[in-house]
Design a protein around this ligand. Structure first.
Ligand code: CP
Length: 326
């Protein structure tokens, strides 16, 4: 039941709810914005004041390390105040998501970063308020900032920046694709830039219907990896009911032995959180077991995530192009 009244404000910026359907110009503008923000996102940080006097709310109704922390850092490095509503907020008392975001917006917050376990929650929340809504992951629907950071990191690793172009690049996305919002957003970004995506996994994690996302399907992981320039491993999402069957690691894990058969120069990605010894071996994830130019990009993905979220916050609040100082 709704109790808080609708805001009287007009739209004050842009939402970022997903990457599917995003136009090429916007996608590339966000990647170029990320490139400009990187110097300000890394240590030692050189903070900007693009969002001085503004406030950003983080509302995480599901656990997060990377996304929540990097949005907070991103907002701070742009000069904004961050107010975190993630822990012990009133949804635990039965308050609806719509009432929560309207309440947060009524405090004079300039943008809301929302994570929810419900697919489509960010769309409902965006409809309820007149300030920018940024989807930080909703159910299995989308995780747009993860898709952007994956696209940026891959372009950077393969020397495909400015222009952002993944033409001819083959990416294998392996594991529990069915439950993965990351797979949906990253596939949208990779294919928009010209990349080709192959989903690999058993039927319950990679149903035939996933071809609608724009990728092909391969049940044999070694076949999928034989010509891949990049492999993105996904965690099995047991919290959403997925079950790790017997022999899963042998059939679908990126073990040290299997990684040694990747193409020389191939890169390994994982959005995290990882379950080492299940979908990926530790020595592959941290790169210590990789040879012949094969690299793990896992921590680079995390680092780029701060810059992506700076660019997204600036874009949503209409100041990304004010970044001459960036
Ligand atoms: N990749 C990702 O969304 O990680 P967190 O759940 O830690 O934010």
């Amino acid at each position: 039941m709704m109790t808080a009244s609708a805001p009287e404000t007009v739209d004050l910026g842009r939402d970022l709810l997903g990457l599917r359907g995003m136009d090429q110009q916007t996608l590339r503008a966000l990647l170029s914005g990320t490139a400009r923000m990187l110097a300000h996102a890394s240590f030692p940080a050189r903070p900007l004041d693009l969002l001085a006097g503004r406030s950003v709310a983080t509302v995480f109704l599901e656990h997060s390390t990377r996304t929540r922390g990097s949005f907070a850092l991103a907002a701070q490095r742009l000069g904004a105040v961050v107010v975190d509503f993630s822990n012990a907020n009133s949804t635990a008392k039965g308050e609806t998501l719509v009432d929560t975001v309207r309440t947060v917006a009524a405090m004079g917050i300039d943008a809301i970063v929302l994570r929810s376990s419900r697919s489509g929650a960010s769309v409902c929340a965006a409809d309820a308020v007149g300030i920018p809504m940024i989807n930080a992951g909703d159910g299995r629907h989308e995780h747009p900032t993860q898709g952007l950071l994956d696209a940026y990191t891959l372009c950077e690793a393969l020397g495909r920046v400015q222009p952002w172009d993944l033409s001819g690049v083959r990416v294998a996305i392996v594991g529990d694709v069915a439950h993965s919002r990351v797979a949906r957003s990253s596939t949208a970004a990779f294919t928009a830039l010209g990349g080709r995506v192959c989903f690999a996994g058993p039927e319950q994690f990679v149903p035939e219907s996933l071809t609608a996302l724009g990728g092909t399907i391969e049940r044999d992981l070694d076949a999928a990896l034989s010509n891949a320039d990049a492999v993105m491993m996904l965690r099995v999402q047991q919290e959403r009911g997925a079950v790790i069957g017997p022999g899963y690691r042998q059939r679908y894990g990126l073990t040290v032995e299997r990684a040694a058969r990747l193409r020389p120069g191939a890169v390994v990605m994982h959005p995290g959180p990882m379950n080492p010894g299940v979908e990926i071996d530790s020595g592959v994830a941290d790169g210590t077991a990789l040879v012949e130019g094969r690299r793990s990009l896992v921590l680079r993905q995390v680092r780029v995530g701060v810059a992506v979220r700076m660019a997204v916050l600036a874009w949503c609040l209409g100041v990304l192009d004010h970044g001459e100082q960036a």
